[in-house]
Design a protein around this ligand. Sequence first.
Ligand SMILES: C[S@@+](CC[C@H](N)C(=O)[O-])C[C@H]1O[C@@H](n2cnc3c(N)ncnc32)[C@H](O)[C@@H]1O
Length: 230
Amino acid sequence: MSAEGFSLEKGEPLEEKTDGLYDEMGSNRRALILGAGKLDIDGVIDFWQDYDHVVYVDRSYVETATIAEIEHGFMTEETSISFYSGDIFEFLDTFKFMFNIVIAERIFEHMFYDSGEIGRLLDACNQVTTDDGDLTIVVPNANTLSRILQNIDQGKSTNQGGDLLIVNTEFCNTRCDPHGSVWTPELAKIYIEQKEGGTWKIESIQEIHEHKGRSVYMQIYCKKPQSAIN
Ligand SMILES: C[S@@+](CC[C@H](N)C(=O)[O-])C[C@H]1O[C@@H](n2cnc3c(N)ncnc32)[C@H](O)[C@@H]1O
């Protein structure tokens, strides 16, 4: 399919925008990594071997492609790897192609509970994924953090400096990039399946998940509920 053969008007419903396009692209596999942060090049290459088009989004990147350039790569290249510097919502609300998988590692805890951002992000991820698409979320598990906190509090911590850093970072993070919501397995079920979204169904939760050398996270695998598709 040529770039010329592809025309989308902004504001068209996403299904209409992407249905035919996805079919025409056959077995093309696409992944979106939200709040990707600092990249490790081996991880990027591994990922690219599994997917034809991979897009990394983070507002901290310096030099990046525009959304239009990334879309153009999807239309004209067999494979592409792209970096977009900007807000995740800006990308999700604008980008015109669907993905097979969205990976959101350590980004959902940056969504402020009181602003409704958790539900907004869940919905936006839903809008850019295929019907059989996956959403993988990694967030700090506040139950694990609470156990570390109790150990410090009861004088049982064997690594007080490290534990203080972990609980403060994972509960609050930094002034310029604060955390805005607390996550446990039960809270994840409430946020994802009841209160906020209802557009995703949790397939499994790994309550202790090691990420970046810390075992204080949990990993949540989500699929779209079949009833919402049929
Ligand atoms: C804790 S880091 C996680 C990085 C990486 N995913 C990881 O697990 O190591 C959170 C990242 O999310 C990015 N971020 C937070 N809110 C964002 C937003 N609204 N739009 C784009 N990026 C955002 C920050 O710039 C930061 O790089």
